[in-house]
Structures are given as C-alpha cells and as structure tokens.
Design a protein around this ligand. Structure first.
Ligand SMILES: Cc1cc2nc3c(=O)[nH]c(=O)nc-3n(C[C@H](O)[C@H](O)[C@H](O)COP(=O)(O)O)c2cc1C
Length: 327
C-alpha cells in the first residue's frame, strides 16, 4: 500500500495532486488527515525576487507540517530553478517536485510547466542541475507530451530516470489538451514498463472504480488524485480502505463529513485572516455543498446564493453549519 520516494516510505500510494490556488496548508492538512500519502505545496515560482512576497510565503510548505514536506517549483532556467530548489530546502522542504505538467498560460508564456517538454535538452539540463543542487529527493510531474502528434513522455521519462529523479507523476493528457477530452493511460502504462523509478498515474480519476482500473491496467506504483478531492477529502480514506482490504468498509458518516467541512473552513479563516479567508473559503464551500447534498443537486444553487454574499468569517461559518445540519 505504500509508495517510495527516495528514502521516504509514504503510508499510502494515493498522493494529492498539486493544484495552484487550492492545495494550500489547510487543504493539505485535511487530505493528510484522511490518508493522502503526500501533499505537495501549490507551485512556487523560481523567481527569487518573488519568493519573499506574502503570496508566495503562504504557498511554501511549513516546518510544522508533517514530514515529508514537498515543495513544487516551476520555472524555465536550470540555474534559477536549482537556486529555487535550494531555497525551498533551506526553508524545510524535504522533497522538491518539478512542475512540467501545468498548461496554464501564465506559466507557459514563459515556456515553463508542460511547455518545457518540447525542449528535451533543456529538460535534461534542468533535472540534472536541480538533482545536483539539493540533497533531498527530486520528483517530476509531466504530461504525456506536447500535443497528440508529439507524445514524448516516454523520452522525458528516460531522461528523468537518468538524471536521478526519484518519482515520476504523469497526467494522461497532452499539454494542448488543457483539461479537455479524457486522460489516457496507455502512455502511462508504457512508461511504467520502460523505467525503473516509481511512477504515479494522474488524470480523471473520478471514482473508486477508476482508481482500481488504472492501477491494474498501468501497473503503476501509485495514483495522484486532484479534482476528485474537492469537497470530499475523505476520498483518500475511501479508496485506501478498499486498496487495503479489497472490500468496502463502513461509509464515512454524514456527521463526520460535516464536522470535517466546518473544521476545514475554520482553518482557512485562521490561515488567511477574515477577508482573504472568506473569499478563499467560498469555492471550498461550493464543493462541499455539492458533495454533501448528494442527489439533491437542485438545492445547490439556492444554498450557494444564501451563503456566497456573506463577508464575515464568523457568519459564513455559522450559516454553513446551519445549512449542513439541516441536510
Ligand atoms: C485548479 C487547478 C490547479 C492546478 N495547479 C497545478 C499546479 O500548480 N501544478 C501542477 O503540476 N499541476 C497543477 N494542476 C494539475 C493537477 O495537478 C492534475 O494534474 C490535474 O488536475 C489532473 O488530475 P485530476 O483529473 O485528478 O484533477 C492543477 C489543476 C487544477 C484543476
């Protein structure tokens, strides 16, 4: 059931996918509570001049976070990224994850994220420089390629293995697909068979059945879960339980889910302070409501309409509690 990254044996083979604007400290905490094997930070710029801004500081993994702490960095230039990796390690990161999987414009305009996969010479240089710069495991997250006619993930995977990358996560879409279409797992299966480092499959794992199918089909060592965890961090426990026992365990009770939801929103308020906290909490509230109303999705719109305008953290939490207790 475990997953190995360098000398770290993770307790679960289900890892949380890094998601900018989402996988902040409160989110990482609640996913770990439900058994996520590793929860990486949101992506952190390699631009050292920005690393000291409040926004970036909030994104860094923190020393009081459970070990191993993983920081995901994004950038373009090998020596700059190597410096950023060192900076994060000095701040307490125990694993450095390199983002070559993000198609976001802001990143790709600077030819970072998944755009880097087009230039395999540069990929090799970046990986080698970062691995040499830090004495912690370095992991890599990629897509299947640049576009459907240039699926070069296997080539990049071999480069990663040769450079000393400790674990490879592959999102089963090309860069040009963005988040459209469907993830495919054939490329991931081929990579798993071709290299000897641990491999994680990622993309469109929406149900327990998907998770079991992908593990079986690709033979990967673990899975990276992203959007499925929105509003239901307990999904890690639900899938983990099945992987361990091969049989469904008792479902998590609604009362526990409500308690977790309220504690998570309260943690967001405390982490960001009232104003920013209320704003950031809104999207999580939307996801939790969507997951907790279950079949009664028609309730969602009126409920979100009731709670979204609230700008006071205490009132936001009280309103959420009264809505959830009435479910
Ligand atoms: C809102 C959002 C933000 C994301 N930010 C990042 C990021 O910062 N770094 C990264 O490597 N991938 C990022 N991703 C991609 C996810 O890690 C993951 O690869 C993708 O969502 C597919 O997995 P899923 O279908 O399980 O969500 C992001 C995805 C979403 C939806």
């Amino acid at each position: 059931m475990s997953y190995q990254i360098g000398s770290y044996t993770l307790k679960s083979k289900l890892l949380l996918a890094p998601m900018a604007g989402i996988t902040d400290r409160p989110y990482r905490d609640v996913c770990r509570q439900y058994g996520a094997g590793l929860t990486s930070s949101e992506m952190i710029t390699s631009d050292l001049s920005l690393l000291k801004t409040r926004k970036t500081q909030q994104r860094l993994p923190q020393r009081n976070e459970p070990s191993p702490r993983s920081a995901q960095i994004v950038g373009t230039e090998p020596h700059v990224m190597a410096e950023a990796a060192k900076f994060n390690v000095d701040l307490g990161a125990e694993i450095i994850d390199i983002n070559m999987g993000c198609p976001a414009k802001k990143v790709c305009n600077k030819a970072a994220g998944s755009a880097l996969m087009k230039d395999t010479k540069l990929v090799a240089e970046i990986l080698e420089k970062i691995v040499a710069a830090v004495d912690v495991p370095v992991t890599l997250k990629i897509r299947t390629g640049w576009e459907s006619t240039h699926r070069n993930a296997l080539e990049v995977a071999r480069i990663a293995e040769n450079a000393g990358i400790a674990s490879l996560a592959i999102h089963g879409r090309t860069r040009n697909q963005g988040y459209t279409g469907h993830a495919e797992y054939e490329t991931i299966r081929q990579i798993k068979h071709a290299i000897d480092i641990p491999v994680l499959a990622n993309g469109d794992i929406k149900t327990i059945e998907d998770a079991l199918f992908i593990l079986n089909y690709t033979n990967v060592d673990g899975l990276m879960l992203g959007r499925i965890s929105h509003g239901q961090p307990w999904i890690f426990k639900e899938i983990n339980d099945i992987l361990v026992d091969a049989a469904p365990t008792f479902p998590i009770k609604l009362e526990e889910k409500i308690d977790t939801t309220l504690k998570h929103i309260d943690a967001i308020h405390r982490y960001y302070g009232t104003d920013q906290g209320v704003r950031i909490a809104r999207k999580h509230i939307g996801w939790y409501l969507s997951s907790l109303v279950g079949q009664q999705q028609k309730l969602l719109k009126p409920l979100t309409k009731e709670i979204y305008p609230i700008s006071c953290s205490k009132k936001q939490l009280q309103k959420l509690e009264s809505i959830l207790l009435a479910l």
